[in-house]
Design a protein. Structure first.
Length: 275
């Protein structure tokens, strides 16, 4: 059986039609396996070519079987390169990937990307979410589905029952990076950067790690069935997941002053009513 992911592009995004994939050969990311790039913020998305081949969306071959084994950003050779993620509006972009089961456990990937602000507004925050589905059908990933931003306990377990074990402190390595934001709120399925600014026309670089689990009896009830990938016999061979990215604009000074003015006016009215 061969599975062909279908590429769908909106806007000027660059996506690639995936080649035939043998499920027995791949959870790992499928090279060429980007099914959708969609969202009201979409300007363009370009993947870093793998080995100089522009038909491959920057997913390096898996060189090591391991989950949560990488303590530094340069140690993990399983990488996804996003050369450009351009936002033309202050709104989300959803990138949907295909993953196939291979072995028990999961695989850790290092994502590196350059994000360009072409929205006409300055940004004060930026968030990245893991989930399933796109657009209005997007659902954020939960602790129980085992898909996470490399947040595990001390023995490398990824929330086996959706709970943190009190005697096993969380490890969060490697630390995600940003060239524009100094503060990060790192959750299992959500990265929120702030304390910085990306001006109109400027770019910002991000890096972060992602734990990619198999779809199995342990987590299949947590992943929407519409996202399962089945073979000709109806057996589960993988799934689709979504990386949602969203900028957040800095309020314009005039807007802030207007809010302050409205607040003062309201206070004045309240005082007059009391008298």
């Amino acid at each position: 059986m061969q599975f062909r992911p279908i590429a769908i592009a909106l806007g000027t995004a660059l996506t690639v039609l995936g080649s035939a994939i043998e499920p027995s050969a791949a959870a790992i990311l499928v090279r060429g396996g980007v099914t959708q790039i969609i969202g009201p913020g979409l300007g363009a998305v370009e993947f870093t070519p793998e080995s100089g081949d522009p038909s491959q969306p920057g997913v390096d071959p898996v060189r090591d079987i391991g989950n949560n084994d990488f303590s530094g950003p340069d140690e993990n050779q399983n990488q996804v390169g996003l050369e450009l993620v351009r936002f033309d509006a202050v709104a989300p972009i959803d990138i949907e990937f295909v993953a196939f089961n291979v072995w028990q456990g999961g695989t850790e990937y290092l994502f590196k990307e350059t994000v360009l602000n072409n929205t006409g507004l300055n940004w004060g925050k930026f968030s990245i979410q893991l989930g399933f589905g796109t657009g209005r059908n997007f659902i954020q990933s939960s602790l129980r589905d085992r898909l996470d931003f490399d947040v595990v306990n001390a023995v490398g377990q990824v929330f086996p029952f959706g709970l943190e074990l009190a005697d096993l402190p969380l490890e969060k390595t490697p630390t995600p990076t940003s060239t524009a934001f100094a503060q990060l709120d790192r959750q299992a399925n959500l990265l929120q950067w702030q304390n910085g600014k990306v001006r109109q026309g400027q770019s910002v670089d991000f890096s972060f790690s992602l734990d990619l689990p198999n779809l199995s009896a342990l987590n299949q009830n947590e992943i929407p069935q519409a996202n399962w990938l089945l073979d000709d016999q109806g057996q589960i061979v993988g799934y689709k997941f979504t990386l949602r990215q969203s900028p957040h604009a800095v309020p314009e000074p005039s807007a802030v002053l207007s809010l302050i003015g409205i607040g003062l006016l309201s206070v004045g009215r309240i005082r007059k009513q009391k008298h």
